[in-house]
Every structure is written in C-alpha cells, then in structure tokens.
Ligand binder design. Structure first.
Ligand code: ADP
Ligand code: MG
Length: 755
C-alpha cells in the first residue's frame, strides 16, 4: 500500500470509501495498512484477520454507499463482533456512529521540539523512531521502549504489556507522541503515550485535535477514532440539512455535513467551535419549533374556557386558611386568575421549591373552576402522590362542599365506578389521579382546568391527552403544570417552551433553618441517638431506607426489615412503615397515624419523596444517601423544615465514587433548590438531569442549555419567527425542516396533527 493512495483516501473525502477496501486488504496481510486503519491495528484485530472481512461483498458499493441506516457492521473495520460491542454503546447504524459524539477533544496539535518539553506536563512531540526495544524483566511483564528524536533531543515512549506496539511503531518512521513527560534517569520519557504514525494519511490520534469518545469494553479510543473517521468520510455528506439556507447564511452556520465531520475531527479549535455551534443551534431550533407548534396549536384552537371572577367559594377558602398567602403565592395566583378569566386557553408552568406552598395555589385554581360551574382535574406521576394530593385537597375543599374524586390504577372497582359516575354526572367537581385519569372511559361533565404535577415525569403528550378530556364539550381546558424541582427560568424555556412560567420564589415565613449533616456508617449510632432525643422532645422523624433496586417489592422488604430493626433498637417509640406495596387504604392509615403523631418514626421508601406534609417532623435520616440523586435527596429533605422547630437532615453514606461524595457535599453546603438544580446539572449533564426521554422531549446530544444559553435564546427567537411566517411549516423550502422536527419528536406531535 503506497502512501500516496492513503493520502488520496483522506484528501478526497468522498472517494476515501473507495480506497479503503484496498487498504484493508493490505492491512490483513503482513504489510501494514496506512493512516485510517492504524487505530484498528492497535486492538486485538492485529491477529491478521480484519473483522468484517467476510462482509466485504455485501457492503454497499463504494461509490454509492447505502443510507445512514446502513448497519454499522458494514463500515470499514467493523465486523459482527465489533458490531456487538458498538451496539452496547447504542450504535447500530452508520448514522448512529456519526451521532456518537466525542465526550471531549484533546488538543494534540501543538508540536514542541523535544528539547523544549517540560516534565510533568502533557506535551505533543514529533520525531523519527530511532530504536524499538523489548524486554521481559520477569514473567508476565513485557516492556516495550520506543525512542524517537527530532534533532533537538530524544525521548522514549514506554509501554507495559502491549507487545503489539512494536508492530505499530517501527524504526525510521515519523511519529507523533502525546502524553505526560517524565524525567527518568536523565532521559525524557512518556508512559504509554498516545501515538500516531505520520504516513501521509490524516492523523487520528495525535498531531491534531483528537476526539475522546465514550468507550466501552473491547473498544479502544484508537479503534473508535478509526471507525468513526471512516464513517464520517463516507457518510457525513448524507446527514440531512434541516436548516433553511437563508437562516444558515444569515447566522453564519456551517452546512450539516461539514459540521458532522468537524465535530469529530476538526481542523482546528475554530472549526470545532463552529461545528458545535451549528449542531447545538439545530438541536435547540428543532426543539423550539416542536414546542412552538404545540403552543400555537393550543392558542389556535377553539376558544378556551372563560372563567368567572372570584366569588364566594374562593373568598371563604382564603378566609379559612390559617395563614396569609406569601407575596410570591399572591403573584402567581394573580397570574393564574388572569389566564383563567381570559377567553384563551391557559398554558402555564408553576415552579416552586419544596415547601413553597404549591398545594394552596392548586386548590385556589381548582376552586375557581368549580366556582365557574365546571370541573378541575389534577394528575400526579405516582399513585402515592396522587393519594396524598387527594387527602390534602379533600381536607381543603370538602368543607366548602366541593366533591373530590380519586382515580388511580390500584383502586377497587366500586370506588372507581363511583368516581367515574360522579365525574360524568358532575356532582364530583374535582378529580385527583395518576395517569388513570387519561384512560378511556374517564369522562367529565364539564372539565375546564387541568393541573399536572409533573415532578419532571410527565411530558407534553400526557398533558395533551388530559386536555383532550375537556374538548368533548367544545371547550379547551386551561392547563397548569406544577413542578417542584426548581429549574433556572431560562432552562424552563427549553423544557417547557410551550408554556408561560410563574415562579413561587419565596418560602412561607417562620421557616426554621434546616441543618444537613453527612455521617459515615460507623457513626450511625450518633444519628439514631439524635433521633431519640428529638422524638423524646415531642418531635417526629422519617427514616428513608437505602434504595436497593428499581423494584417496589425489594424496596418494600428492605423498609419492613429496617422498621423491625428500629423497633428493637428504640423500643420506647412507635414505628410505622410506608412503602409502595401497601394498599391505598393501608398507606392512608399509616400516613394518618403519622400525621396525628401516633406513629413517631416513619420508616419509608422514597414513596414519601413528595407530598407528605407533617410540620412536627423535624428530622429525616436518609440511609444509603449516595444511592440517590441530588434532586431526589432535596425532595426527601423537603419533608422536614415545615414547622416552627429547627429541622435536621442526616445523610448516612460511605460513597465509593467521586460523584457520590460531590452530591453529599452539595447537600450539606446548600438547602436552596435552585442552587442544587444548578449543581445537579453540572454533575449529571443536561440529558440526564432533565430525563428528557420521559418528558416526551427529544434528547440533546450537543447542546447544553446552560452553557449554550445564548444559542438557545437565538434558536427560540428564530423558531418563533419562522412559525409566525409559516405556521405549519407547509412551505416547500421547509419540507426537510418539518420532517426533522417530526423525527425529533418521534410521533409525539401526532396528537396535534403535525407528526
Ligand atoms: P409544596 O407542595 O410547594 O412543597 P406545600 O403546598 O406542601 O408545599 O406547603 C408546605 C407547607 O407550607 C404546608 O404545610 C402548607 O400548609 C404551608 N404553607 C403554604 N403556604 C403557606 C403560607 N403562605 N404561610 C404559611 N404556611 C404556608
Ligand atoms: Mg381561560
């Protein structure tokens, strides 16, 4: 294989696919493959057989590669075995390969003369291989040393137990090493440097800005680079151009194929930035378009329900409250009132930290619906939360003569029949439930308000489905979305771009500070000593059991065992246990007993995460705290600090990971939900933080709504302007765009006739 062929293969991007099979043929024999294939050699594939050899014949013709759906297996260097490894990364097609983005890049392009390198610094140098030696100082240890020189000095690369290195790096070749420099008995040395043979082909691993991928067992970085480079060269040109040309030019955005190539193998820093900007913009633009379509659809539909002004019901409710609304609650209630009294459908998100008093706000909105002769529904993400909302709202609303129904999957037939009948006949005015609310057979007489308590678990689709329940009577109900996990306002726009946003940014007065401590398991005795003190002083306590698995049954067993241990250890107290496996009536009985103070220590699984409200409870012990995420810990902690006494959260954990330690540190440092949300976002990244999949929103691969906030704002503006001009993306020049939005939301827009 001549170098010139290798050069051709990389220079002329579109024809590289053509030259590769030749390179592969050469690589399989004793002679060596050029450039792009060098990474493949580093893996176990050096045995002489290249994976995928058997597939050569069935690959798409080089000149006309198949589409982006072509199985990854047919990319050069990938065979059935490697395809299985790739599948573990979620990569099955060439399109997936291209979308397998680097986690980061390393700049290995700044070459230094060897004489200038600094010890203890990561440097990149270029030189000729002067000598390759191998030694076996003892059994099971092979040391390969490759010394290189560039005329200014020499440097040695050292590898342990990687005998194949000597096949990849041979005397006389020009190579690039990148790694941490050490001084070893007067020699300059790099331990296992990244390396690249400069044979005329595009370098992949050093001597350039190098992508670093999320890898998996069996797939080295070198291998991934080689394969993804092959895929990018052959297929990036097929990545669809969703952005209208006019927009791209006006904003100076790279064309899609160039961006997809450069996001992996940028020529320089500037090109990497441009690629990132382009792809982040596209993601956020499509997201905002989808949300814009939803929003517009809601606005455009039949007029909404025009609720009447506040009347006697609302006044009596407010008069009976044992407290005054906070200024923040007042403001949010005013915003909701204005929306509800307007003839347009309301679509509003209410955000408020744990304990900020969202329930009262929800109750007021429900009353307003009832007062106008209509009905309201509130949907919660879990059965226990629905039950808790039900109990609390019933306590608030029934004294005013408002009939409240509960609808969950787990309830008995008779109870359900009664609820269904009451709702369709209209003598029950408020329905609280899980997604059982949106099932067929649930009909309302006159539904005018839909509240979803999202806790980040519902999506656009469920919300829309519940809304549909109200359209039968020709009215479009008002929608209120509540979320307890505070999200910075701008991020809320990304997530809930179809909604207006209200924030309850104030806690009710008189809240005592909450102290959080992190204890090691060996100090557990101290924690329970403190619990004993508190309960003796008349307070109550929660104990949250370690999260064993995502299994109700196993977690329930853990809670029961934990409660038994506590009963033995603290025999003077009454211990209750609450878990997801209890029947609704049993849960209600336990919660009521805790509420009344009959149960002093409540051992629970995360079912108490949200909604339980017992102001006399002042301490919460969270066992195995490192098993929980930050948002969840914050919600759990929110069970205490609701009354007049100082409260305490005791985290028991011996985290084995850096990440776990960070979470414990964040929890002890701040009790502010917004600060925690920001930290959470930092630790987990936006994808996981938002759990976008559960939201019904597309994943963000490139964009980080925090870092890319300016891009988000630009994308939002452009998306809404575009919809203004072409409300359903019907113009021919928007055909690809329309399709891209549809693909992104994968059918989730079908509901509103776009998907
Ligand atoms: P959230 O649902 O936002 O976590 P809740 O609605 O459960 O918060 O309210 C937390 C606690 O604060 C409840 O005990 C509630 O009765 C009380 N509360 C709500 N609003 C006020 C207020 N304005 N003043 C005093 N206490 C309030
Ligand atoms: Mg309205």
């Amino acid at each position: 294989m001549s170098n010139s062929a290798g050069m051709e293969g990389t220079r002329k991007v579109s024809s590289s696919h053509l030259t590769r099979p030749l390179a592969r043929g050469a690589g399989a024999g004793p002679s060596r493959a050029p450039g792009g294939a060098s990474g493949v050699r580093a893996g176990s594939t050096r045995s002489g057989r290249q994976p995928g050899d058997g597939k050569t014949g069935s690959r798409p013709a080089a000149g006309s590669p198949g589409g982006l759906d072509t199985p990854a297996q047919y990319v050069k260097g990938v065979g059935p075995r490697r395809a299985a490894d790739l599948a573990r990364l979620g990569v099955t097609t060439v399109g997936d390969l291209l979308r397998h983005l680097p986690r980061r890049h390393e700049d290995r392009s700044r070459l230094k003369p060897i004489a200038m390198v600094l010890p203890d610094t990561v440097e990149t140098v270029k030189g000729r291989v002067l000598a390759v030696t191998e030694s076996r100082p003892r059994r099971g240890l092979t040391i390969t040393k490759v010394s290189i020189g560039d005329g200014t000095a020499t440097l040695q690369g050292v590898w342990f137990n990687q005998p194949f290195i000597k096949k990849n790096l041979r005397a006389g070749e020009t190579v690039v090493f990148s790694g941490r420099v050490e001084r070893h008995f007067g020699h300059l040395q790099m331990n296992g440097p990244e390396y690249e043979v400069l044979d005329g082909a595009d370098p992949l691993n050093a001597g350039r800005i190098v992508p670093v991928y999320r890898a998996t067992e069996g797939l080295s970085q070198r291998y991934l680079r080689a394969v993804i480079k092959g895929a990018a060269d052959a297929y990036a040109g097929l990545m669809p151009e969703a952005l209208p040309a006019e927009l791209r030019q006006r904003l100076g955005l790279l064309p899609a194929p160039a961006a997809w190539r450069a996001i992996h193998f940028p020529a320089d820093e500037a090109e990497l930035d441009a690629a990132r900007r382009r792809l982040a913009f596209e993601e956020l633009f499509l997201l905002q378009l989808g949300l814009g379509l939803v929003k517009q659809h809601v606005r455009r539909r039949e007029p909404g329900f025009r609720h009447g002004p506040d009347g006697d019901l609302v006044r009596r409710f407010l008069a009976a409250l044992p407290f005054r609304l906070t200024a923040a609650q007042e403001r949010v209630v005013r915003e909701i009132k204005a929306d509800m009294e307007s003839p347009h459908p309301m679509n509003r998100l209410v955000q408020g930290d744990v304990g900020s008093g969202k329930t009262v706000v929800a109750a007021l909105a429900l009353l307003k619906a009832v007062e106008s002769g209509a009905q309201g529904a509130m949907m919660a993400p879990t059965e226990i939360l629905a039950e808790q909302h039900y109990l609390r709202l019933r306590r608030l609303l029934e004294p005013l003569g408002v009939g409240v129904a509960l609808l969950t999957g787990g309830q008995g037939r008779e109870e359900r029949q009664a609820a269904l009948f009451g709702l369709s006949a209209g003598h029950l005015q408020v329905a609280i439930g899980t997604h059982a609310l949106i099932q067929e057979g649930v009909a309302f007489k006159r539904l005018s308000l839909v509240i979803t308590d999202e806790q980040h678990r519902f999506g656009v689709r469920q919300r829309a489905l519940l809304q549909e329940k109200g359209t039968a009577g020709g009215i479009h109900p008002d929608v209120l979305v509540m979320t307890a996990t505070p999200i910075p306002r701008t991020l809320a726009l990304t997530l809930f771009g179809d909604l207006d946003v209200s924030v309850i940014d104030e806690l009710p007065p008189g809240r005592r500070p909450l102290t959080t401590r992190w204890l090691s398991e060996k100090d557990r005795g101290k924690a329970y000593g403190f619990v004993r003190e508190q309960v003796r002083a008349g307070r109550q306590a929660y104990v949250i059991c370690p999260l064993v698995e995502e299994s109700d049954a196993i977690d329930a067993r853990a809670a029961i065992e934990w409660a038994a241990r506590l009963e033995k250890a603290l025999p003077e107290f009454r211990v209750g246990v609450l878990h997801g496996r209890l029947k609704a009536a049993e849960k209600e009985a336990v919660m009521d007993a805790f509420q009344r103070g009959e149960v002093q220590i409540l051992v629970a699984t995360t079912v108490v995460e949200v909604g339980v409200d017992v102001p006399n409870a002042t301490v919460i012990v969270i066992e195995g705290a490192d098993r929980f995420g930050l948002a969840q810990l914050h919600q759990l902690r929110g069970r205490v600090g609701r009354g007049e006494h100082p409260s305490y959260c005791l985290l028991i954990a011996d985290p084995s990971s850096e990440d776990g330690r960070s979470r414990m540190a964040v929890m002890t440092r701040t009790a502010d939900g917004f600060a925690i949300a920001e930290e959470d976002l930092q630790l987990r990244g936006p994808g996981e933080f938002f759990g976008t999949r559960q939201h019904g929103l597309p994943d963000l691969l490139v964009a980080n709504p925090v870092r890319d906030l300016p891009i988000l704002e630009e994308a939002r503006q452009e998306a809404f302007a575009l919809l203004e001009a072409d409300p359903s993306l019907a113009r021919p020049e928007h055909a690809v765009l329309r399709q891209a939005v549809r693909d992104r939301f994968r059918g989730r827009l079908a509901l509103i006739g776009v998907g």
